[in-house]
Structure formats: C-alpha cells, structure tokens
Design a protein. Structure first.
Length: 455
C-alpha cells in the first residue's frame, strides 16, 4: 500500500504489545523526521527531507538527504515498510537503522523517544483509555477551565487510515483544529485512536473490521457521557465521512442529543464507491470512453467483495485485477483494501444506512441532526450526504434535521475554487497545497451550541 501524502510525518502507527496489567497505555515511539513522498522516493529506501528538533532522529545524528534502507537488518523498500517496521516500537525501544549518506553505507543504534503529548492553550488535555473487547483504545480529551458540567462532543474520524489523533499536522483531517476550537468555546471533546493506531492496542488496522471499530466508538460515547464534568444530556457527535456513516449506528446504541456529519453518505457501499470513482476519473481528465471502459472492472470487484462476500485475496487470485484498481484501492500484499480487511466493507454493505437515520427519527429521544457538505466535495453527492438523511430523520420527527452546503469547501474543508482544484490539491499536481478553512469550525460550533442548549 502506498503512502500518498506530499510530506508524511513519521508518527508511528502500528500497535504496541503491552500487557493489560499495565496501568496506562505506553506512548508510541517517535522518530521525528519527514521523508520524501513515495512518488519521488529512491529505489533503495526512504529519503529524509527534514529532521525535527528534539527528536530521536536528531539525537542519533541523522541529516537531511540520508536514505534509510533497513531497520534491524530488515530491508526498507518504501515508505509503507518504514512506517510498519518502526511502528512496532514504543518509546524507549532501541532499533538499528541502516542508511546511505552520500553513497556510503552507515548504521546507527537509535533509542526512540516517546511521541510528544499534545498541550492545551487555555484548556486541559487528558490522555486516557477504555476497553473494547480484549484491548484498550486511547482517548484524548480536551476540557475547558471550570467545574462544569460542560457540553461535550465525540469526534469520529473519516477514512480508513491509521493516524494518531493528536498529530499536530491535523490528521485525520482537521481533527486537532476541531478539538482546539471546541475546547476554547466551552466544550469537552473526545478523540479516539482506532485499534492498532496511535497508542491503541489491537490490530494491526488491516485486520480490524467495521463492527469492532463501531463497538469502540459506542464505548467511547458511553465513557464520555459518564465523566463527572460532562453533561450527558448535552453530548453530541461529529462524524467526518466514514465517521458520518458510524454516527447514527453509534447513537442507535448510546443516545446523544445532537449529530453533525460532514461529507458522509447513506447509500449502499457499492453504488457509492463506483459513483465516486466516475467523478474522480472525470476530474483527472479521462474521456467518457475511458471511464466507461474502466468502470465495469470496479463494479465487478466491489460486487464480488461486498455482495458476493468474496475476499480480496480470492478475487485477486481468481482473476487479473487491473492495475488501475490495485492503485485506486491500495490493494497491498496482505490483500487489505485501503488498509482494511475485506470484511470491513462487507459489514458496511450489509447495513441499510438510510434506515439507520430513519430509525433515529422514529425514536422519542431523536437527536438534532445537521448534515454538511462542501460545495466542491466530489467524494459524495448532495442527495446522499444531505437531503436523504434530512428527509429520513424528519419523516419520523419533523424539523429535527437540517442541512447546509458550504460554498468553496471540499471533502476535507479545504478552501478551493472548484472540484477540479480539490482533486489537484488532494491527489494531483498540487498535492499538499490544501488550505483548511476555519469557517467550518464556526459553523459547527454555532450550530452545536444552539442544539445543546440547556432546557
């Protein structure tokens, strides 16, 4: 699986092996460097392009331009291998790193430091955990000053990716900034690291299914509502994209007073992912003929996976999967799809997502619902991300749901002039140039403050 960000900060994101007898989750190791994007990388390893101050890399004497080719005598052919191998380590572990400097082979023993903890500016940051089955998941709370009880919001991340949720670069997209904004405006916030990601046990994420992640989010909401400084009757959820798919399913098991979703969907998985692929190819400049030639392979793959419930391995071994699909889905050597197992998508596909919203609307404690879509968010269409959800909820409880299209924003709240520009800054020639627009923070905070007003 390729790492397709322009510059990737080396946070270590694979699970830690720890005993449940330990009172606290240990911190992951922190190498502390940035490396060349995959598409610009060398054929012999990972090239460092920045060394962060006070990092393990700095202390070990690494320099910009060094090319890391092995970790503990295991070859590092690409960025993904580098992250995977270092991600097995936690703070205090020692690793042997082989590298090239100006063509000369070198090696050094590196003692990894703990990944730095987030610090609040006018609010407290609290690191905790909860049990999800046999493993513990990391929670990161922000708490405003005072005794409370405060309104609170659980933040559900999007995508299927494996990042720590206290990443200072804001991955998953904007989460640190969202938490900071709500904390400075009187809300408690909670972020949850997926199983096998950040400090969380379990995983690796490529083995974690949808239902397991959902169970963790339900447990997290229950934990948040049970805190003595949180008003359980004024607790809401924010879900971005995949988090928006999770949101009504979480609230079906553990009530919340309000839900905000951004850039999510409520149609069946196969239909949605194929429609998104068509929009993506249009933005890339493919001709209608090219699109029509390629899409049947995508339809067949997703139908076999989600509806026929074949594994990605079965599909790949039974027939030649086109290279375009392998690249688009990040189909890796473990036959995980975009970093998740086949069953993850099969479990989503087995659910009627619009019915989940409809059932919320029929409950006597129906939450307030706010669906948001960026004007230039090409990942989803207007009906599936706003209109249909609003109609489903309001059918049961009139006027409980509303929606908003935010001008100029894309799927990740970047300020762009068109869907084409969004594609360019996310995946095209201008990758990495996206500008997160804080307007979305004000929109969400103002709505949630009104939705969670004390009665």
């Amino acid at each position: 699986m390729t790492i397709r960000t322009l510059i990737v900060l080396i946070w270590l994101t694979i699970p830690l092996s720890v005993g449940l007898s330990q009172p606290k989750l240990p911190r992951q190791g922190f190498f502390g460097a940035q490396f060349e994007p995959e598409e610009k990388s060398t054929s012999v390893g990972v090239k460092l392009i920045r060394i962060l101050p006070d990092s393990s890399a700095k202390a070990a004497g690494f320099q910009v331009g060094d090319v890391i080719h092995s970790i503990d005598e295991i070859d590092v052919p690409d960025n993904a291998a580098f992250l995977r191998l270092l991600g097995e380590k936690c703070g205090g572990d020692e690793v042997k790193i082989g590298f090239l400097r100006e063509g000369e082979k070198k090696a050094v023993q590196v003692v990894l430091k703990d990944r730095p903890k987030e610090k609040g500016d006018g609010y407290e940051v609290i690191y905790g955990s909860f049990k999800n089955g046999d493993f513990r998941q990391r929670t990161i709370l922000t708490r405003p000053p005072g005794d409370g009880p405060f309104p609170a919001v659980l933040l559900l991340q999007g995508g299927q990716t494996c990042f720590p949720v206290d990443d200072p670069f804001g991955r998953p997209i904007g989460f640190v900034r969202i938490a900071q904004h709500f904390a400075k405006n009187g809300f408690v916030t909670m972020r949850v690291e997926r199983p096998g990601c950040g400090d969380s046990e379990g995983g690796p994420l490529r083995l974690i299914d949808f239902d397991t992640e959902l169970a963790g989010n339900i447990a997290a909401l229950r934990k948040l509502k049970g805190l003595d400084f949180v008003d359980e009757n004024r607790t809401g959820i924010y879900g971005l994209s995949m988090g928006g798919i999770m949101a009504p399913l979480v609230v079906a098991e553990e009530s919340a007073a309000a839900i905000i979703v951004y850039g999510t969907t409520c149609i069946n998985w196969v239909e949605g992912v194929v429609a998104q692929r068509r929009r993506l190819m249009e933005l890339k400049g493919n001709t209608p003929a090219e699109i029509n030639s390629e899409l049947p392979s995508h339809i067949q793959f997703w139908t076999n996976l989600v509806i026929d419930k074949k594994s990605a391995r079965e599909i790949a071994e039974a027939e030649k999967v086109p290279d375009s699909i392998v690249l688009d889905l990040w189909l890796d050597e473990h036959f995980s799809v975009a970093g998740r197992p086949s069953i993850f998508y099969q479990q989503i596909g087995a659910r009627n997502l619009i019915s989940a919203w409809k059932e919320l609307g029929e409950r006597p404690d129906c939450p307030r619902v706010f669906t948001i879509k960026g004007e230039f968010d090409w990942h989803v269409s207007v009906p599936v991300s706003t209109t249909w959800i609003v109609d489903a909820v309001n059918q049961g409880t009139p006027n409980r749901a509303e929606s908003k299209i935010v001008p100029g924003l894309d799927h990740f709240s970047n300020r762009v002039e068109s869907a084409r520009e969004s594609y360019q800054v996310l995946y095209g020639d201008r990758k990495g140039e996206g500008r997160f627009d804080p307007e979305i923070l004000e929109i969400m905070q103002e709505w949630l403050a009104e939705a969670l007003v004390e009665e």
